[in-house]
Design a protein around this ligand. Structure first.
Ligand code: GAR
Length: 220
């Protein structure tokens, strides 16, 4: 079967891009990366893409008079690439409503919290200040409103009493690197459909038991 063509949109480090690159190297992975686009020049994610022999483009948001002009250029480049799924991976630009509508259910994002908690920036700082026992990450279809849209995959990550923003970010990032390839695989296999704005996953196997944090010390 033909592999689903991905375009991955980045603005920075690109560790999620790297997770997708690594997944696509597996012979039975049902997707491949057709293009990596960065909204900023000179970011490490572009080096990762170049190192993996992938086509790259920089569409520098500073070169455009407004968001609509930037999104139009992005849209043209994506259509030329033949991408069937666009993956936002640390892409730090808000997209216009028209763009989100025209890529509806073919545009996914990863966010470093258990949405709908901690939408927007500084998710880890806010998780720590709120004292939540779990945070995590979410891969979801993009809707025009920021960090909204049907949830495809989430991972829950415990918050430790001595966590800093950095230790928590690292723990969540390693969960992100498992979630994003899984979400792409499920979509590429045609196992995800959106009904009444809920993503339904065919053949999903989810844990039945609650995970407790902190767990009772007698459990050791
Ligand atoms: C990731 O933690 C991703 O969830 C987050 O930016 C980071 C990018 O890291 N995205 C957002 O906050 C979007 N709202 P990466 O460049 O190493 O993949």
């Amino acid at each position: 079967m033909a592999r689903l063509k991905l375009a991955v949109l980045i603005s920075g480090t690109g560790t999620n891009l790297q997770a997708l690159i690594d997944a696509c190297r597996e012979p039975d992975f049902p997707a491949e990366i057709a293009l990596v686009i960065s909204s900023r020049p000179g970011v490490p994610g572009l080096e990762r893409a170049g190192g993996a022999g992938l086509a790259t483009a920089v569409i520098d948001h500073k070169a455009f008079k407004d968001r609509a002009a930037f999104d139009a250029a992005l849209d043209r480049r994506l259509r030329d690439s033949g991408a069937g799924l666009v993956c936002l991976a640390g892409f730090m630009r808000l997209l216009t409503e028209g763009f989100a509508q025209s890529w509806r259910d073919r545009l996914v994002n990863i966010h470093p919290s258990l949405l709908p908690a901690f939408q927007g920036r500084h998710a880890h700082e806010r998780a720590l200040s709120a004292g939540v026992r779990f945070t995590g990450c979410t891969v979801h279809f993009v809707r025009p409103e920021m960090d909204q849209g049907p949830i495809i995959v989430q991972a829950a990550v415990p918050v430790h009493v001595d966590d800093t923003v950095e230790t928590l970010r690292e723990r969540v990032l390693s969960a992100e690197h498992r979630c994003y390839p899984l979400a792409v695989k499920l979509i590429a296999e045609g196992r995800v459909r959106v009904v009444n704005e809920i993503a339904l996953i065919a053949g999903a196997d989810t844990p039945r038991a609650a995970i407790l944090n902190p767990r009772d010390s007698r459990g050791r």
